[in-house]
Write a protein that binds this ligand. Structure first.
Ligand code: ATP
Ligand code: MG
Length: 440
């Protein structure tokens, strides 16, 4: 096959009608969990000042350093396509004075994010994230609730084989000291690290723990663990979070090397993976944690916060390959059938003028919220009546040339074959009465 001239950009993809079975299922699960826990939806622009991420996500992160789509606008602003939501949600919270609302403020979102990554399974350059964020509350119960909600979405979608990996990465009190210990550990094994990590050793040794290279993973296995070095406050908080998870009977496991790739996290971090082969190929499905320092980094007041983000496509891919939702009808077919099920009336037309006028009539039915089927693409009356018959329409409105000229319509009862004429401006009203009479 010859290559088409225009295709989606590398790493980008269309979400086709049949993909929406999966997309909508994930979205519905997210929405129902969000509603149950009292979260309100928020959406923000796809474009932000690049600095929101350079500061918020962190200048040394992969996202900002390598993956962000950044450009200068005609007006001279340095902007970026959002690679993630969390700093943006905080930006919005601060900008709109949401600290004046009763705290905490609980928000959820869903929309596209952009990262210029090397495309591979579950890794796209435009993908959809959803997430839950709780702002203005420092209690460990919030961390517990965020993890519970994340697990809840997975459960709602029918996943059975889920693990939650949890860790605490401390805060500004205990982390600097731990970084020193970690640095000296890695320094003595420098040559065994990948070139990227040799550089990370100078900038942020924690990030080495997040490296996906095999050789670094081996070095990592013997590294000191931050949970042994948490300050009293962080230790207590983490203990509390784990107590909540125990109470909720969530299947979590401690991963002392989990750090996550973002700068703003403090204390709790967690990730959710599906354990089958398909699940593992997709990587982390959801990840999150506490980010008590983010607000101040963005120039705001002190706002403790905690949240999670999930990847729609990764979850959709696992649902697809595991066949969890395979029994459902394709969305395209469903839309067609739905329309046919709802409509008891079929609008048939013959001739150019009738077609134009019947399109207008169709809009009048829509405004009156009366479902009506049509076949504007067909010209032969016979073919249209066949369609009407096939979908089981009770009545057909026939709009021919004579009708169009004299502003009336012919109504045919499909069961009895009886026909009658109705003035055009009375059609909607009369059909509503007919529908009401069969409802009774
Ligand atoms: P990874 O370690 O796999 O690169 P991440 O830590 O960069 O993930 P986050 O920034 O935490 O991911 O984003 C939250 C979720 O968004 C991830 O758990 C994943 O499901 C999804 N996600 C992240 N990057 C991509 C991508 N390039 N394509 C599709 N989904 C993604
Ligand atoms: Mg990443």
């Amino acid at each position: 096959m010859s290559k088409l001239k225009y295709q989606t950009l590398t790493g980008m993809h269309d979400i086709l009608p049949d993909d929406f079975i999966y997309f909508n299922r994930v979205l519905r699960a997210v929405e129902s969990v969000a509603r149950y826990y009292g979260f309100s939806r928020i959406e923000t622009p796809v474009l932000e000042f690049a600095e929101v991420f350079a500061k918020g996500t962190g200048a040394g992160t992969d996202i900002v350093e390598k993956e962000m789509y950044t450009f200068r606008t005609k007006g001279g602003d340095l902007v970026a396509l959002r690679p993630e939501y969390t700093p943006v949600i905080m930006r919005s919270y601060l900008e709109h004075g949401m600290h004046n609302l009763p705290q905490p403020v609980k928000l959820w979102y869903q929309g596209p994010c952009f990262r210029h990554e090397r495309p591979q399974a579950g890794r796209y350059r435009q993908f959809n994230q959803f997430g839950f964020e709780v702002l203005g509350e420092q209690k460990a119960s919030v961390d517990g609730q965020i993890i519970q909600m994340s697990y809840g979405v997975m459960k709602e979608l029918g996943f059975k084989n889920i693990t939650i990996e949890v860790n605490s990465i401390g805060d500004s009190e205990c982390r600097p000291y731990f970084k020193k210990i970690l640095t000296s550990y890695f320094k003595s094994r420098r040559s065994a690290l990948c070139p990227d990590c040799q550089r990370r050793l100078k900038e942020n040794p924690l990030r080495i723990l997040d490296c996906k290279e095999e050789k670094c993973q081996r070095v990592k296995a013997g590294a000191p663990q931050i949970i042994d070095h948490l300050c009293e406050n962080c230790h207590k908080h983490f203990k509390n979070v784990l107590e909540f998870l125990d109470e909720l009977e969530l299947p979590y496991s401690l991963n002392p090397y989990l750090v996550r790739g973002l700068d703003y996290y403090t204390k709790t971090v967690f990730e959710i993976v599906e354990n089958s082969e398909d699940g593992k190929t997709q990587g982390t499905l959801m990840g999150g944690g506490r980010y008590d320092g983010l607000s101040k980094i963005l120039g705001g007041r002190d706002v403790p916060a905690c949240g999670v983000a999930g990847g729609m496509e990764r979850i959709m891919n696992v649902l697809k390959t595991k066949g969890i939702l395979r029994a459902e009808k394709p969305e395209s077919k469903k839309a067609q059938e739905q329309k046919q099920e709802d409509a008891k009336i079929f609008l048939a037309q013959l001739g150019e003028m009738a077609k134009r006028k019947s399109m207008k009539l169709f809009e009048e039915f829509r405004a009156a919220k009366i479902p009506i089927a049509e076949s504007f693409s067909k010209d032969s009356l016979k073919a249209q009546l066949r369609s009407a018959d096939k979908m089981g329409a009770k009545w057909v409105l026939i709009f021919g040339q004579k009708e169009a000229l004299e502003d009336f319509i012919t109504l045919r009862d499909m069961e009895t074959g009886a026909q009658k004429e109705i003035k055009l401006d009375k059609v909607v009203e009369e059909m509503r009465e007919k529908l009401n009479s069969i409802k009774k």
